[in-house]
Structures are given as C-alpha cells and as structure tokens.
Design a protein around this ligand. Structure first.
Ligand code: ADP
Ligand code: ZN
Length: 737
C-alpha cells in the first residue's frame, strides 16, 4: 500500500523515475510489477523497482495501469538485474526487459485450447451412451471416450480418438452432455512427453567424488561454485543429472544453460528421460509458447529448465543450481545491449539465491580454469571417457606441403581424401568442419590484386555460389560479381574457401558419396537443422560438411573421421583469444570422432603444424596448453589477469566520430588515473566501417575490476555526443573487431 513507485523505464536511461500510484492501484503496484506510465508525451512500459510513501519534493505523474496483475520479478531478480546494469553499463530498464520474454513483457495474450468437460446431468453417461448408440453412434463414441477418460480432454484429442469432426461434439454440447471451455493449457506440450526410465548407470569413482562434493554443497544450502572438467564422454552430463535430482528432491529447481546450437532434441531428451517436469526455452518457441513456459516456471511447475543464454533469467522460485554446459562457449556472451555474460550473471544469481553454480567443459575457458587453480572454483575432474570409448587418433596435415593445382586452392589434402575414401568404404561416416560460410572468401583481381569490398563496410565480400552473389557477412549487402576489376579491368579469381566450396570439392573428389552441408545459409527454414541431422543419423548422408553448427553437442556413433579443413581460420583472428579458440575448436571437433565402439580419427589441416595450440590440442593436453597460454596472458595483463572493456563510438561521418572518440578518451583520462588502468586508443576499430557507420574505439585494460567500473561510470555519465553518433559499451568483450 504505497503512494509512490520508482519505475525503471523500458528506455536506455540509467535513473529511475518516480510516479504516483492512484488509489485504486495501491494494493497492486508492488516491486517487480510491470506498469504503464506517461513519459514526456508518450506512454511507456516499465518495472516497479520499489515503492514508498515519502512524497517526493517534485511534481509526479500517475501510474496509468498494470500490464499484468502479479509481479514478474522477485526481489532477488530485481537485485540481479540491478547488478547487471551496473556491471555491464546498461540501463536498469533495458536489463529488466532483456530478462523477460517479449510476450511476457508486453502482456501478450496467452494461448488457449478448447477442452471438453464431461457434465454430470441427471442421466448417467453410460445410460446416455446406450441411448445414443443406435441413431448417433459418433456421439456415443465421443461420450464414451470422455466418460472413460475420467477427466476433461482437449477437444482436438477427443476428436482424434473418436475419429469424428466437430459436429457430434457440438450436438453433445447442445444435449448438455458435455461442455467446451477455452482454457490455457495446464500442461505445455513440452511437459508432456513420456518419461523414460533412467538407465541403471553405476557412477565411476571420479563421478562419485564429484557428486559427493556437489551433494554436500546442495545439502548445506549455501552458495558454492564448481568447475567440472572432463573430456567429451567423460560422464559430465550424468553428473549434472544426479546433482539436479538432488536439488529437485529438496524441492528446488535447476537451470541448465547450453549453447544455442547444442539445444537439440537429443540434449533435451536426456533430461526428459530423468525428470517429468522439464521446461525448455529455445529460440524456436512462438511467443505464446514462451509465455506459457515462463509462467509454468514462475509457478514452480518446472523442476528443470533447459535453455540458451537468456534462460539464466528463468523465474524459478527456489533456484537450487545453475549448470552451464560447454561453459567456454562464446554464445554465453550477449552481443547487443545489455551485453551481459550469462556465466557471470549465473554466478551472481547463484550467490544472491544461495544456489550452486556448476560449470562444465572439456576445455574450460581460461577465466574459469584460472579461478579453479586459485581455489575460487572447486575443481572436479573426470579424467577419462566412461563408456570405454577410446580417444581418436589425431593427425596433422601440413597444407604447406600439399601440392596445389595452379589457380585452385587445395581443399582436401591427400591424407584427408584417402582417409575419407577408406572410412566411407567401410560404411562409416565423416564430418568435415570449416568455420567459414560461402564459397570463396574473396574475389581477387588477377591483375592488380584488389579484392571486392562491401560498399558499406570495411570488409571483403564473400562469394556464395548457390545464389551466385557476393555477400557481406556483416551488413548483409549482396551484389553481382562484376565481370572486370573496377580499378584496372582485370579478371577476378576466387580465393579462399568456405563450406560451399568444401561441399563441391567433396562431390567432385568422391562422386559416390552423399554429402550434406549444414551452416546458417543451408539451414534457414524451421526444422531444417533436425532434418539434416536425422538423415545423417539414419546413414543416408555419408559426409556432413558444416560450420560450428556441427562442432558440438552431437553424438553420432558411426562417425569415425573428422576433418578440420583449416585450423588457420581461427588461429589468425586478430584477438588475444585466438590460440584458446583454436585449441577449443580442435578439441571439440575431435570429440565428435569415435564416440562409438569403432576407433576414430581426426585430421587437422593447417599451414602451421607446429603451433602450440594445434600440437597440444591434437594430444589433448589441456593443462599444458593452459599453462603456456596463461603465462602469456599474465605477462600482458590480459584476462584472466586483467579486465577489459571497450567503448565504440560510431556515426556516418568519419571526422565527427573520431572527434567524439577523442573527446571521450580525454575525459576518461581525467577520471581514470589509478595507475593500473590503461586506456588504449582512440583508434579505428579493426573493422573500421560497418553498415556505413565509422567506428572508433577506446579500450580500457585494468588489473582491477574497479578500474573497469570507473570506466563504465564515466562512459555512461556522458550525454550522447551528437545526434548521429552512437556509443556502444562492451564490458568483457568477446570480440574486438
Ligand atoms: P559428457 O557429458 O562428458 O560428454 P556423458 O555424461 O554424456 O558425458 O556420458 C557419455 C555416455 O556415457 C553417455 O551415454 C552416458 O549415458 C554414459 N555414461 C555416463 N556415465 C556412465 C557410467 N558411470 N557408466 C557407464 N556409462 C556412463
Ligand atoms: Zn557490408
């Protein structure tokens, strides 16, 4: 019962605004409620953060109404969102919005389904059935099924079972033998898949040990954080399942975060096999479905919640554990505002709600690994593969030594080709991996060497053969490949290679093999992904070519050969994480080979066969790799030994953007003089223009998180430097491009 409410508006502003709560809303406007309020001359949405009876000293306008009758945020979630806003330099309202599915935020209508309810009239159902039998057999059938079910049935199901259309049901309704009502579904389709029995698995000794540590922490109901470090097939998921069971037994819920592409029916099925009430939040849900899932979770109807990054905000009322599988994956970092990292958010949330955090990986991020080494994360190791599966044989093919036909890049080394032929002949399957879409990475003039750039971005266009066009992977610009070089009139050749070209090369080199390609170009339609995977699983496809989409989370026992077409693509990224990415990639992809009984083989093609990241990845020596890489990071003050943040100033005029970046840099220099925070720039970003926007950045590198906090504060306190300019803030940036 409060007269005033502080509201975080759905606008990119930092401060809260105070509104008066009209008498008729006083009972209902509480912290966590979504409301509509006037702002300037508009009506905007917002979230009530706190209420009070202290009249502000200024004139306030009234709250217009509630979007939903009940609060959408618990106190703990409000606190978490406030923490995110400060940590990542985003508006409070912006964070609250990101934490809610769109349909929930906007108070969208919930889906309803028609349900048939049996009506208990004077005549018992059996008698009525008997009466109807003769002249209205269909009605009799419907009624019998409904009576036998002993509970309301969804209309669609009732009709299906009785094999009738709508009219017999409507006739029964007129007879007052049943009633049809629209209700929101009590159980979402995602809840209703049958629960299989869990297989009888006896945990290995390391699994037991890991579980003991987790169970002790769960029993203590205190916050604790662990890193579960084990190679693919070492039994990590089994440990997740047991820890979850422990949490659920105690009446709490667990959230499992997986990379979006790992969110396959296969993954979900494993959790469903153990838990009856599993909610799944994935990008293919309709708004209405998402809304229902969200509601079900909020009402405590889901014990286990599986989802990608944003599922970290799932409104579980009594959160017991957050599990992050493949925690080293970049997809846990949101790429647009608020640019939060779900791992850090999960850590904060687990702390606020006295829950467990469990990170799992075969190749932990160096941030997590270093935390484990220094004791801030409990380290749980699973050293070998459980199901007896052996490690694949790993081979490096030096692309520098493969003879190339003039004018044609050598895509498959003799080594890889021979291995493919041999494996396919045995009826095995092959995965070829390349993290580049399209056909050729550049069209280069044979005469002057110029390449074709995007007219809107400082980026070379990629040739896509299927659509016969050159495409910008940053802004989506498409054009025809010109006949002649604009500068000198020379002819173009196609250089470099993407997945389309690999597919073509395989078709030429192995005409007998059936090939499928899986990347974001070939996988546009809903369900396309599952379809290709199903065909591959069935064995109808022998060779699967793809980007990172196929690199993880999939389990195909018949795949005995994995080829990494070029490890150099990641190795040469202008990024301090390039070696870590390459190591992780090779390890992950290698994990695809030989998951079954047959021995697997991995062939890595590269121009740098001696590079430590490649060598150590081939030998699965994570610890050694981490030791070398961490030493380098320590020396240079890069994460995990320092913190980074980056601000980009962009605008359509180069000089204007640069001027603003310089001014901001000067201001930052005045405020940040702590001696441990270095400011780099302003400099043009490595991709200096995207979509016609000139980009300049200033990077802060600090030994301490507090240096970054100060940087964020100063940047956020800045008014927008010009109407055409935008400021983008990225704390713990994943990409420096
Ligand atoms: P990861 O998550 O590390 O890749 P999984 O938990 O998926 O490993 O385990 C790989 C396979 O081994 C799965 O089929 C799983 O059911 C099985 N498995 C896990 N633990 C055991 C165990 N202790 N004994 C036998 N099989 C196991
Ligand atoms: Zn472009």
């Amino acid at each position: 019962m409060a007269a005033f409410a502080d509201i975080a508006l759905s606008l990119p502003v930092d401060r809260l605004f105070t509104y008066a709560v009209p008498l008729e809303l006083r009972e209902r406007v509480r912290p966590g409620c979504r409301v509509r309020v006037p702002f300037q001359s508009r009506e905007v949405g917002g979230t009530c953060v706190r209420v009070s009876d202290a009249r502000p000293r200024f004139e306030v306008r009234p709250v217009l109404g509630l979007v939903e009758p009940d609060p959408l945020f618990s106190e703990a979630m409000l606190r978490l969102c406030g923490w995110i806003a400060r940590r990542y330099g985003a508006g409070f309202g912006e964070v609250l919005d990101a934490a809610l599915p769109f349909a929930v935020r906007s108070g969208g209508k919930r889906r309803t389904v028609a349900v048939a309810f049996p009506l208990l009239g004077q005549i018992p159902a059996e008698k009525l059935v008997a009466e109807l039998e003769e002249r209205f057999p269909k009605q009799a059938r419907v009624l019998r099924i409904l009576a036998e079910a002993g509970e309301p049935l969804e209309l669609r199901e009732l009709q299906q079972r009785a094999k009738v259309g709508a009219s017999p049901v409507l006739s029964l309704q007129r007879r007052k033998a049943l009633e049809i009502r629209k209700v929101s579904p009590a159980r979402d389709p995602l809840f209703s898949s049958p629960v299989e029995r869990a297989p009888d698995i006896r945990l290995s000794a390391p699994q037991e040990e890991a579980l003991r540590a987790l169970s002790a922490a769960i029993a203590a109901e205190r916050h604790a954080a662990f890193l579960l470090f084990g190679v693919t097939s070492s039994g990590k998921t089994e440990v997740y399942l047991r820890a979850l069971a422990d949490v659920v037994r105690r009446g709490r819920q667990g959230i499992v975060l997986v990379p979006e592409i790992a969110l396959t029916p296969q993954t979900v099925a494993r959790f469903r096999a153990r838990f009856a009430r599993v909610a799944v939040l994935h990008s293919n849900l309709t708004d209405a479905e998402r809304h229902e899932q969200w509601r079900a979770i909020q009402q405590g109807k889901a014990d286990v919640i599986i989802g990608a990054r944003s599922a970290v905000f799932a409104p579980a009322p009594a959160l017991g554990i957050v599990i992050i599988d493949e925690e080293h994956e970049g997809t846990f970092k949101q790429q647009n505002a608020p640019r939060y990292d779900a791992r850090e958010v999960a850590r904060a949330r687990a702390r606020f709600e006295r829950a467990l955090l469990l990170l799992g990986s075969a190749t932990p991020s160096l941030e997590s690994y270093q935390r484990a080494l220094s004791g801030r994360l409990g380290l749980l190791r699973l050293p070998g593969r459980v199901a007896g599966g052996s490690f694949p044989e790993t081979i490096v093919a030096d692309l520098g030594k493969t003879v190339s036909v003039p004018g044609k890049p050598r895509i498959l080394s003799d080594r890889l080709r021979a291995a493919m032929i041999e494996r396919l002949a045995r009826g095995d399957q092959v995965i070829l991996f390349l993290n580049r879409r399209g056909y050729a990475t550049a069209a280069i003039c044979r005469n002057c060497g110029a390449s074709i750039k995007c007219p809107h971005c400082a980026i070379v266009l990629v040739y896509h053969r299927r659509i016969g066009r050159i495409v910008c992977h940053y802004c989506g610009h498409e054009g025809r490949l010109p006949q002649k070089c604009a500068a000198c009139g020379g002819l173009f050749r196609l250089a470099g290679c993407g997945t389309e070209r690999v597919e073509e090369e395989v078709r030429q080199a192995l005409p007998e093999a059936s090939v499928a390609r899986m990347d974001s170009d070939s996988m546009k339609g809903r369900g396309a992904h599952e379809k290709v995977l199903a065909e591959f699983r069935r064995g109808a496809v022998g060779v699967l070519v793809g980007t990172q989409m196929i690199a993880k989370g999939l389990d195909f026992p018949n795949v005995t050969l994995v080829g990494i077409v070029s490890a150099d693509a990641t190795l040469h990224l202008p990024d301090y994480r390039a070696a870590e990415r390459t190591f992780g990639l090779i390890s992950q992809v290698a994990g695809r080979a030989g998951r079954g009984e047959k021995g697997g083989m991995v062939i890595v093609q590269t121009h740098e066969p001696e590079h430590f990241a490649i060598q150590l990845a081939l030998r699965s020596e994570y610890e050694r790799f981490a030791e070398i890489e961490l030493a380098g990071r320590r020396k240079d003050g890069y994460p995990p030994f320092g913190h980074l943040a980056r601000v980009i100033i962009q605008g359509p005029r180069e000089a204007e953007a640069e001027r603003a970046a310089r001014a901001l840099r000067d201001l930052l220099g005045e405020w940040i003089a702590d001696g441990v925070t270095a400011l780099l720039g302003p400099a043009p970003a490595p991709i200096a223009v995207i979509n016609g926007q000139y980009r300049f950045h200033v990077v802060a590198k600090s030994r301490w998180q507090s240096g970054i906090r100060q940087f964020v504060k100063v940047v956020r306190s800045q008014p927008r430097p010009g109407r055409r300019l935008r400021i983008l803030l990225d704390v713990d940036p994943l990409s420096m491009l």
